[in-house]
Structure formats: C-alpha cells, structure tokens
Write a protein that binds this ligand. Structure first.
Ligand code: 13P
Ligand code: SF4
Length: 317
C-alpha cells in the first residue's frame, strides 16, 4: 500500500483562516491569546493580552468554547473559572518551565513550617498549587496584592524569585521566596541589556519583572519601572520616547508594534523565545476547533479550592 496516499493535503493559510472563521461561529467559540503568541495566532484572536487580562476575559465570556492560545496553566485557570464550558489547549505540550518549579507538596511543606503564614502564588502555577494558596497574582497586580496583606505574618511568594524581588523592593516586605525562575526570562542577561543600551542609547527600557537582569539595570537606573506585558503597552503609549528596548519574550515586540504604531521596538535578545508559547499554530487552532481537542479540565475538588485565590487575584489591580 502506498502510505503517501493516506496523507491529508496541507491546507493553505487562506483555507485555514476561512475554516477557523467558520468553525468559531459554528462552535460559538472565543480564541484568547497571550502576548507571546505567534503573530499569525495573535491576528486571529478575539482577545490578546497578559495573564490578568486573559483570566478576566475567560471569567467574562459567554462563549461555549474557549480556545486558549497560550500555555497549560492559563487554560487550567480558564477551566476553573468556567467549569461548564469547553476549554481547549491546541497543543498539550505547551507547558511552562516556571510552573514546573513548584508542586503542591512543596507549598504544604512550607505551611507545616509556618502554620500562621500566607501563601501567594504567581498565576504561572498548576491548579494543584493554586489550590494550596491563599492569593494568586500576576505580574500586573502582584505589588497591589502583597501591599494589602497583614504585616505580622510570614508570607511565601512563589515560584518566581525575580518577581518576588521586585515585589519585596516595592512593598518593603520581607518575603519568603521560592527559588524558581522562567528559563526564557532568566536567560536575558545583564550583558544583553548592556549591549542593547549601547546600541540604542536613545531608547527607553521596557522590562518584565520575571527577568533576571532587572537588579543589574536597577543598580545603574534606579527609577526604572518594571511592567507586565500589558503594562508595557500602556507605558509605550504614555512615554515621550520614540524607541524602546523590549526586555522580555520576543512575541511582545509584535504586539507592541501593532498596538503602538509609529514607535520603534527593539528586542533585547532575539533568542528570548518561549518554545511552549510557540507550540500554538494556526494548524492546531483549526484542529482544536474542528475536533474539540484537547480539553483541559480540573477536578471539582481542586477547582473549588483554587477558585478562592484566583477570585482574589481578579478583584485587585
Ligand atoms: P504577563 O503577560 O502576565 O506579564 O506574564 C508573562 C508570562 O511569562 C506569561 O507566561
Ligand atoms: Fe512559562 Fe517563561 Fe514561557 Fe512564560 S515565557 S510561559 S513563564 S516558560
């Protein structure tokens, strides 16, 4: 038998786009995309944004199907907020190296040592970890959430040590820090920032708080603000600067160019690219809509516990 005959002919981009348009209507689906997604995936999304904005959109949608163009913890958060909807992740390998640095057991072990303590976890965590937490935060509201916590109890901030350092600096809190990091942001080194600054002395820096280089930058530029990915758009619009060095994952440059036309955005390092985010493609979005795969679910018991810190996150910032 000639196996080649069994191969499905590849669809053109136009065919994919027209099928996605047809299926999203037929399924009453919404496509939510993170700022680090491929440009062509951002282009077909109903909403593109940061983790906080995406969670808010997931909480508010009346669609029957949510296709999450992002990574697994984001789809899980959407599934917790929408137990009756179908939440799809087009490629289940789309994980997160930062979320992988912490387990529910790790949080429980800290609690045993600090029975009066509070646990704040970054949204980049699994549902199991969120279920052990008191508060969930994103880079967009971590400072505001921690500012409101009582001063007389130990606070675990997990799992990103660079975001924790940023929050500790701005709130003056003495946090217990989980020593996790994202491989993409940690890989943006002070030398990369120095080289970009030397090449573009007129540019303003837009730095994400997950970046390992932030303390190096703050040592010489103490007034530098750090921004969530959505915060970078607000800042780029408001700033008088015409040029920016973008110190985060590469996909953000596309979003900035689209949202803030007329200004120039230079990636700090073209290799700062999240392979998990880039696993989502037009092809697998189409297949997800066509086959309603792969569904992301969270057990009702875990979802009920994880919902408490997630709702607190949605209320602030
Ligand atoms: P935000 O888009 O919420 O700033 O988060 C960045 C990130 O790394 C998501 O995985
Ligand atoms: Fe996770 Fe880092 Fe990728 Fe964001 S960029 S999804 S934190 S691995």
């Amino acid at each position: 038998m000639n196996h080649l005959l069994q191969l499905r002919p590849l669809m053109t981009n136009e065919e994919l786009l027209s099928e996605i348009t047809r299926l999203r209507l037929e399924r009453h689906a919404v496509i939510l995309a993170h700022n680090y997604q491929r440009p062509e995936v951002q282009a077909i999304a109903d909403y593109v944004g940061d983790s906080l904005g995406l969670s808010r959109q997931a909480a508010a949608t009346d669609a029957d199907v949510i296709v999450f163009a992002g990574v697994h913890f984001m789809a899980e958060t959407a599934a917790i907020l929408n137990p009756d909807k179908t939440v799809l992740l087009p490629d289940t390998r789309a994980g997160c190296s930062l979320a992988d640095t912490i387990t529910a057991q790790g949080v429980r072990a800290w609690r045993e040592q600090h029975p009066d303590g509070l646990v704040v976890v970054y949204v980049n965590t699994t549902a199991d970890v969120k279920a052990e937490a008191d508060y969930c935060v994103t880079s967009g509201n971590a400072v505001q959430v921690v500012e409101r916590l009582p001063r007389d109890v130990p606070i675990l901030f997990a799992p990103d040590r660079f975001l924790a350092a940023h929050v500790a600096r701005l709130t003056g809190r003495d946090l217990h820090v989980w020593e996790g990091a994202c491989h993409v942001h940690e890989g943006i080194l002070p030398a990369h920032v120095d080289a970009a600054r030397a090449a573009h002395p007129d540019a303003e820096l837009l730095i994400h708080p997950e970046c390992g280089c932030s303390s190096h930058v703050l040592a010489s530029l103490p007034d530098t603000d750090l921004h969530s990915t959505e915060g970078m758009i607000t800042r780029a619009r408001a700033s008088r600067a015409e040029k920016f060095v973008v110190v985060t994952e590469l996909g953000m440059v596309h979003r900035l160019e689209r949202e803030v036309p007329g200004k120039t955005f230079v990636p700090v390092n073209r290799t700062a690219c999240c392979e998990y985010m880039k696993m989502i493609t037009l092809e697998n979005v189409y297949e997800a809509l066509r086959d309603l795969t792969t569904r992301v679910t969270v057990t009702p018991e875990v979802a009920a516990r994880a919902m408490i810190p997630i709702e607190r996150m949605l209320q602030i910032g």
